[in-house]
Ligand binder design. Structure first.
Ligand code: DX5
Ligand code: ZN
Length: 230
């Protein structure tokens, strides 16, 4: 059984109580904090930057922070995120003029690096940089918003990415982002993913009577993952 990681996207968290939300979701058993950075240029939405990442670290968050950059250009902001405590920094190849250089920059700043593939973006960008990525992130929705539906063609793409990783023999995470729910996480795992971003499925589970309880949804994810044939 792979070492599956669950990475709630704080895009769907209550931003007015962000530190508490992250504490609660980690206490509920999540592994990684997925941090969506949008610039109203590369994607049509605007979210959070390095100051918020730094604030979470100062608040006491020790879990890995997985910074998903949906910004263009990318290089200028990378050192700021590294200084703010990012663990992973991933970016979309279309948003960088020099992909190899950007990957090196992320490593030089002491973070793990990854490439993010939009639904229509081919995996060809990996051909000459496979040894320079720690993570491959497949978007299963078009980037910009939480709460969209999983695009089924991602399953075949995950299988292809898994094959590339296995053939390389390298230690590379295969993350999936968008529309991951309790009822599809198992088939997504069976297609080859080992790290699962979930925003609305996790933070949408907060109830009025008990807004801090994410235990049941994280437990339901783990139960489904335990049934996966991989
Ligand atoms: C979309 C973001 C996702 C998003 C996922 O651009 O990259 O991380 O928050 O949200 P859900 O899980 O609601 O599809
Ligand atoms: Zn994301």
């Amino acid at each position: 059984m792979p070492d599956f990681k669950i990475a709630p996207s704080i895009l769907s968290a209550d931003f007015a109580r962000l530190g508490e939300e992250v504490d609660n979701v980690i206490a509920a058993g999540a592994d990684v904090v997925h941090f969506d950075v949008m610039d109203n240029h590369y994607v049509p939405n605007l979210t959070i930057g390095p100051l918020v990442c730094d604030a979470l670290r100062k608040h006491g968050v020790t879990a890995d922070i997985d910074v998903h950059l949906m910004v263009k250009p990318v290089d200028r902001i990378i050192p700021d995120f590294a200084a703010a405590g990012a663990s992973y920094i991933t970016f979309h190849p279309e948003a960088s003029e020099h992909i190899d250089r950007t990957l090196q920059l992320i490593h030089n700043e002491g973070c793990k690096a990854g490439l993010v593939f939009n639904p229509a973006t081919p995996l060809d960008y990996l051909t000459y940089v496979m040894d320079k990525v720690d993570m491959i992130l497949l978007m299963s929705v078009n980037p910009g918003f939480g709460g969209q539906s999983f695009i089924p063609a991602t399953l075949d793409k995950l299988t292809e990415a898994r094959r590339l990783i296995d053939e390389s023999g390298l230690d590379i995470r295969l993350e999936v982002d968008g529309g991951v729910k309790v009822d599809n996480i198992r088939e997504i795992a069976e297609a080859g993913a080992d790290m699962f971003v979930a925003g609305s499925a996790v933070f949408g589970a907060a109830s009025e009577s008990d807004p801090n309880t994410y235990d049941s949804v994280i437990a339901a994810f783990r139960e489904e993952l335990a049934k996966a044939t991989v």
